[in-house]
Design a protein around this ligand. Sequence first.
Ligand SMILES: [Zn+2]
Length: 447
Amino acid sequence: MGIKKTIRQTNLARRQHFKTSAKFLSFALLFTEVEIAWGAKILGVRVWPSEDYTRITLESDTPLPISQQILTNPDRLVVDVQGLELNPTLRDLVAKVKPNDPYIAQVRVGQFQPGVVRLVFDLKEPIKPQLFTLDPVGEYNYRMVFDLYPTTPPDPLMELVKSSARKESALAKSNEEVDFIAQFATKKEAPKSPVAQAIPEAKEAPAAAKYKRLITIAIDPGHGGEDPGAIGSLGSREKHVVLSIAKRLKDKIESEAYMRPFLTRDGDYFVPLHVRVQKARRVEADLFVSIHADAFIQPHAKGASVFALSQMGASSSMARWMANKENASDLIGGINIKTQDRQVANLLLDMSTTAQIKDSLQVGNSILKQISGFAPLHKGKVEQASFAVLKAPDIPSILVETAFISNPQEEVRLNDDGYQDRIAEAILKGIKDYFSKNPPVARRANS
Ligand SMILES: [Zn+2]
């Protein structure tokens, strides 16, 4: 506090000085001098558009007060930032918002009053803004965050059901046919119905009949947006590598007759840890797979590993270290700690998860077994620690560290299409193996 006050007083003194000497200086020179002398500095302007929400981040060397107004006809969000002079970095924002942004039509930036910059967001539809500030953390200085959420968010379950409707009915049909054949098989009679005769290709059908409904796999690419995750010595960012692996896994699951994939993020934007869990629960996922490629303190650390939740402390100091690192994602990515849904989520996530952990260990081990076929493992069994993202009480949840991005050799591999594909394939095989032994139970009524 004391320091802040001193700075302000010094700035005031400088301002006085400039006022008296202004007549001896050209206006342009005065403008730049003043900007350097007492304007807070904007260090970065970032835009992260997504269907979930569009985020604007302004990074500054000083914390700055912000205020907001929502105007209608047409829909606009007006944000005033105190203690700021317009500068080129801030003007860059105008070009950084792209025409295909889901929520922002355009941005206007102007000096509203001396020391107050006004940002006007012209909106494509009404939005529910969340504005908040963040203290310095990691590589970041002070951040002002403007999150623009749609007032009517899309329903992920409805979209998933719509996109997998054809698969759903194909599975139902093949189940009917299998039941039909089974009926005759027990009576040792040849089926005469045209339905049954039309199934010479039904050799595969008995396997499919195990699954009375589609199995939903939530794939969770770690980090994103403001949170780059770990960064390798060649400059690879974990968030990009894991999204690429996740998309490969998604495509593979898509081509399985009895499974449907759901991505917790499909682009470069930040999703808070509890929201990842909420999303998986919203789509009634049968399994949650978080995909990572983290760094470790020792650069020679290598190999893939799989983690599950722990209720009684971590299984090793490395597992504890990993969980702490992953759980810090919200701090780096930036969440509004005032939102109430987070508290509700935390309450829910502390429910008992004994059965969940048992299933998670099983599916985790079956994935480890597949990976060990072509890549080194960091440890031959599933490790456990208190990962916030694995806390859905009702969904088996695992976190796969696909390799260490901090190991230069593994960093090269992580960027290799072949390795990414093999990892995705191994995860798929592990998942299939698990569900062939543990087919999910039929759901009640409408789902
Ligand atoms: Zn990670």
